[in-house]
Design a protein around this ligand. Structure first.
Ligand SMILES: *[C@@H]1O[C@H](CO)[C@@H](O)[C@H](O)[C@H]1NC(C)=O
Ligand SMILES: *[C@@H]1O[C@H](CO)[C@@H](O)[C@H](O)[C@H]1NC(C)=O
Ligand SMILES: *[C@@H]1O[C@H](CO)[C@@H](O)[C@H](O)[C@H]1NC(C)=O
Length: 481
């Protein structure tokens, strides 16, 4: 359909071509060192951020390195947001300004922040840029780091409320995928995070209100954040472009140290994420069934299968016997988030929306084990709510001590509501896990179905709890709209 949206897009392109070359401008910062290899950093700003707002960041980089760093801060974009058409114009203009100012080498490096990164990453693959730095931004989810054509530094902030730490964990995971190419990847495409920094601190001053309200409160000062940015850009740029062996050695060493910190930070996120789904099985559903079996846990073996609808809808959990062991076959449906929506590129959550579990009830286990006569051992069955509590406990124990302290001191808590009961599968199936936010925190109400044989639960994924603890809980509540 050729609607208003496409008309506006055509008009925007036209206006950009008409006015773009005049409006885009670069602010040049000359090197402060007189020796060292020449490197030209071309900054592409985040949405609605002015060129001038990167001056302090750029200065911190120049101060941190022995390289002779030139800087071009691009800005004055049409609508204050860079777009595909303006990108090549901006880089070309920056290069010609750098040359005019006296830069002689051809070592140009793109440095993009937030939204700017989503345009620069596509442009950079086939351009005059020799390396790329993404600050609070990433390459696409499906591009492997190894296949990225030029060296790439993904520099993240722990308290980035826009490009969240859970999204960066996906980039970190790519780095660990290939063990043979591991060290090469570590130096060529490092993924590093800055502790206590937020999205705004890659620049200086204020973000526009919409982004500002998404961002989290930083734990370090702007000055400290800029010093850290300088440190890591120096490591990356020196490792990539320097010809001084002792400086390269030191840079590689710094990149390894930064990587070890990343392992400690990101690996627990991935471990908890993998509980939701590990290929064909939901480990979390297995654990839930064992938790429901409680005192009989030692006498049952549990298996699981992840299914999609309509198959999930039609299946029931099973009990079978193998020698004296009882085998419970559970079923799970993982309701993942839609990642195709371009507007959710920023700020999107990584964790599933909900986990649907079909478990065998404790009563059925009790009967099947022939323990009717043994009434003394029998305790009340657990609730779906208790699984949500378990998810939260796991999320907390898998988070760093600093993150836990932040959650308890200034995070809005997860509030577990009593289960909403449904009498039939036909009513349980279409009802979603209920979650809602207010000043108090995040309310979570599981949807349960209990029959003499089955215990169905729609519950929060542990990764959702972990994402809440580490990111969303730290935001002040803002009514939607
Ligand atoms: C791992 O990386 C090496 C070197 O970068 C590459 O040659 C190899 O094909 C990669 N292996 C896999 C399984 O991706
Ligand atoms: C290499 O760097 C080190 C440390 O910055 C410096 O002491 C040394 O003089 C440099 N070597 C050359 C050949 O420039
Ligand atoms: C339960 O007790 C009754 C009589 O006390 C006995 O006949 C029956 O076999 C017992 N059931 C099991 C499963 O142990």
């Amino acid at each position: 359909m050729f609607g208003l949206a496409s008309f506006c897009r055509v008009l925007l392109v036209f206006l950009t071509i008409l006015t773009g070359s005049e409006s885009i401008s670069s602010m040049i910062l000359e090197p402060i060192k007189s020796t060292g290899e020449e490197v030209g950093l071309i900054f592409i700003p985040g949405a609605y951020i002015k060129a001038e707002q990167y001056r302090k960041t750029a200065r911190a980089i120049q101060l941190a390195t022995e390289l002779r760093v030139w800087v071009a801060l691009t800005g004055n974009y049409f609508y204050n947001v860079v777009n595909t058409n303006e990108m090549s114009m901006a880089v070309d203009a920056a290069i010609s300004e750098l040359k005019k100012a006296g830069m002689t080498s051809e070592t140009y490096v793109g440095v993009a922040h937030g939204w700017g990164g989503y345009y620069l990453r596509d442009y950079a693959s086939d351009s005059r840029l020799k390396a790329l730095v993404l600050m609070g931004s990433t390459i696409t989810r499906t591009t492997s780091l190894r296949d990225f054509p030029i060296p790439l530094l993904t520099l993240a902030a722990e308290l980035d409320g826009v490009t969240r730490i859970t999204r960066i964990a996906v980039e970190y995971e790519k780095l660990t995928h290939n063990t043979t190419g591991f060290f090469k990847g570590l130096y060529r495409t490092p993924v590093i995070y800055i502790e206590g920094a937020n999205h705004a601190q890659f620049a200086s001053g204020e973000l526009r209100p919409r982004l500002k309200s998404a961002d989290l409160k930083a734990d370090i000062s702007d000055k400290q954040a800029h010093r850290e940015i300088g440190k890591y850009l120096n490591s990356f740029l020196t490792a990539t472009f320097s010809s001084n062996d002792s400086q390269i050695d030191e840079a590689l060493d710094q990149l390894s140290v930064a990587f070890l910190r990343s392992v400690k930070k990101f690996q627990p996120f991935l471990d908890v994420r993998n509980l939701d789904t590990d290929g064909e099985e939901s480990m979390w559903t297995l654990l839930a069934q064992e938790y429901f079996a409680e005192e009989y846990g030692g006498r049952v073996a549990v298996s699981n299968k992840i299914l999609q609808n309509p198959w999930f809808f039609g299946k029931e959990p099973t009990i079978s016997f193998n020698d004296d062991h009882m085998i419970i076959g559970t079923i799970a449906l993982i309701h993942a988030r839609d990642r195709t929506d371009f507007r959710k590129l920023l700020r999107g959550k990584e964790s599933p929306i909900e986990i649907n579990m079909k478990l065998v009830s404790k009563d059925a286990i009790w009967k099947a084990l022939g323990s009717q006569n043994d009434t003394s051992l029998r305790s009340e069955p657990n609730t779906c709510k208790s699984l949500n509590r378990l998810a939260l406990i796991l999320a907390l124990s898998s988070s760093s001590e600093e993150a836990r302290e932040r959650y308890f001191s200034r995070g809005r808590p997860i509030i577990l509501e009593n289960d909403a009961m449904r009498g039939f599968n036909t009513l349980w199936a279409p009802t979603s896990l209920q979650t809602w936010e207010d000043e108090e925190g995040l309310h979570v109400r599981a949807i349960a179905l209990v029959t003499s044989n089955d215990h169905y639960c729609k519950v929060m994924s542990p990764y959702r709890a972990m994402e809440w603890v580490n990111v969303d809980s730290l935001r002040a509540y803002r009514a939607q709209g």
